[in-house]
Design a protein. Structure first.
Lengths: 88, 360
């Protein structure tokens, strides 16, 4: 899925309350996101691919792109498994 | 302990329903809830819940569209402050006008339930001819800009139709399918011996769902609610009592779990008399089993006590008569045999249709 743009499935919404607190609102419940998960989720907007999310965050946090890419991939895949994120 | 932030509110607007499904979790004494909150009161309840931090509002019943003014009021009030709204309906009153009003009010998600994949069996379970109407309502919802989940509650009479249920969902182009094994509360507990699936059905069902999930990956998400009488571990009911979830019933009674009214040893407060904040933070019913201090053994020393929260208080009360005991669904419970006995018990040949019976 790395070449395709990622977006939230219908019925899935991100809600940010402040810098530390964010939630994913999904049909069956509310998922609290860690600050790093929220930073990834904010870039799941239909405009970014897996690679460009990792690249954007690597630049923003001045972090090594390799480890960050693995974290982004793992988080996005877990959301895709649950049907919250779709590609294309 | 201090009260955590509630995240979800379930609004049960009415217990009236034109269907008579024997697996309904609503209480048996439906007639006691006829004095329903009006639309203005529901708006107030939603406002108080939002102030407490609630982010998601589920609209259900009974059949919530039989209280359409209240249902629309809840969706408007919740969506107006950015909350997520979910309509849980059997769909038989969802015509073009009504679904347009809900979508216009900002509804995020609709769940429609079917009883079985074919009309004959579905209508026998519902006690009335509604299957074709439901398929029309599903089509109406899917043609609109709102997320949709198809739901089917599983039990002995329809478990063998699981493949056909999944095939129907595929044919309809459904993106999200919930297959929920019956939870035995209210009418479902009364009809437990008729509804209880066999071990072979549950085993077969697990395999069917696993195969379908693999085959439909990326096309359809299948949410599978496990049959907890057949499990070794209890479900993490409500993610803990008074921890994230509250239910307001048609007459304004507030419950920590939708099935909790059956617990006769607790006294539940009403939004007509108390603020939602008081009820959530300080009432006897919400604090009774909040956190872990109340837990008996084997929960108290269990490494999973913060994962499954001792299971379900309503199930402990229904099966054992004491809401403060470990959920007997847990294999560590000294009373787990009560669940195995219920699974092994002879099936009933008839069920009691869910009906509102006036008492007194």
């Amino acid at each position: 899925m790395s070449a395709e743009n990622l977006r939230f499935a219908p019925g899935v919404r991100l809600r940010r309350e402040n810098e530390r607190v964010a939630f994913l609102l999904v049909p069956e419940g509310v998922v609290e996101l860690s600050p790093s998960a929220a930073a990834i989720a904010e870039l799941i907007d239909g405009e970014h691919t897996l690679d460009s999310i990792a690249q954007t965050l690597a630049e923003r946090f001045d972090a090594p792109a390799g480890t960050l890419h693995a974290d982004v991939a793992e988080f996005c895949e877990s959301l895709r498994e649950r049907g919250h994120v779709i590609a294309g | 302990m201090t009260a955590p932030r509630p995240l979800s509110l379930l609004c049960e607007l009415t217990y009236r329903c034109n269907l008579q499904c024997p697996y309904c979790y609503n209480p048996l004494n439906l007639a006691a809830y006829r004095d329903e909150l009006d639309a203005a009161s529901w708006r107030r309840v939603v406002g108080e819940a939002a102030d407490l931090g609630v982010l998601q509002v589920h609209v259900s019943g009974g059949e919530p569209t039989l209280a359409a003014d209240s249902a629309l009021a809840v969706v408007e009030a919740a969506a107006g402050t950015g909350l997520y709204t979910n309509l849980i309906t059997q769909g038989t009153f969802l015509d073009d006008t009504l679904i347009d009003r809900f979508v216009g009010a900002g509804l995020d998600h609709v769940q429609i339930s079917i009883q079985a994949p074919e009309a004959e069996l579905a209508d026998r379970i519902a006690g009335t001819r509604v299957h074709e109407q439901k398929l029309e309502a599903i089509d109406r919802v899917m043609r609109r800009n709102v997320a949709f989940t198809l739901n089917c509650v599983l039990h002995r009479a329809n478990h063998d139709r699981l493949e056909a249920t999944i095939a129907l969902a595929e044919r309809l182009g459904v993106r999200r399918l919930e297959l929920a094994n019956t939870q035995f509360y209210g009418w479902a507990y009364k009809n437990r011996a008729w509804l209880m699936p066999t071990r072979d059905q549950v085993r077969h069902g697990d395999a069917v769902v696993a195969e379908a999930r693999e085959r439909l990956r990326g096309k359809m998400e299948i949410v599978y609610v496990l049959p907890d009488y057949f499990e070794e571990l209890p479900k993490p009911c409500m993610h803990g009592w008074g921890n994230a979830f509250m239910t307001v019933t048609p007459n304004g009674t507030v419950l920590p779990c939708p099935a909790a009214a059956a617990i006769t040893t607790l006294r539940f407060e009403n939004v007509r008399e108390r603020s939602l904040q008081y009820i959530w933070e300080s009432s006897e019913s919400f604090t009774a089993y909040r956190g872990t201090a109340w837990m008996p053994e084997p929960c108290q020393s269990c490494e999973r006590r913060d994962i499954d929260f001792g299971g379900c208080r309503c199930q402990a009360f229904a099966v054992l008569g004491d809401a403060g005991l470990t959920d007997p669904a847990c294999a560590k419970s000294p009373n787990h045999g009560a669940m195995l006995d219920a699974v092994a018990a002879a099936p009933a040949t008839e069920f009691s249709p869910r009906r509102i019976i006036a008492t007194r």
